[in-house]
Design a protein around this ligand. Sequence first.
Ligand SMILES: [Zn+2]
Length: 107
Amino acid sequence: MDHILRNLTEDIVISELDSMINKLDCCKCDKCRLDIASYALNRLPAKYIATTQGELMSKISIIDNDFRMRVATELSKGAQVVKKNPRHAAVPSTPLPNPLPAVIETK
Ligand SMILES: [Zn+2]
């Protein structure tokens, strides 16, 4: 089986962000979501593990609640920062697909 190096913090940040996004009262476009995730990830310790793709979900479940709370706190702060300084409009790019998808998939 192929083992991969994963930063569990990244997986937790993305999954918490997806579950919180509707409560965050901020733009939900891909750019803003990733900006919020980056903000949180830069302020949280990395938790690297060697794992297989199949084991990953069970590893995420061992993360304790205190750490999840920290993740949620940093995501809320990140959302406030992004809300004040949204960068989606500043980047010249091709128009977004219309209409915008209601659910943004995590790649
Ligand atoms: Zn946005």
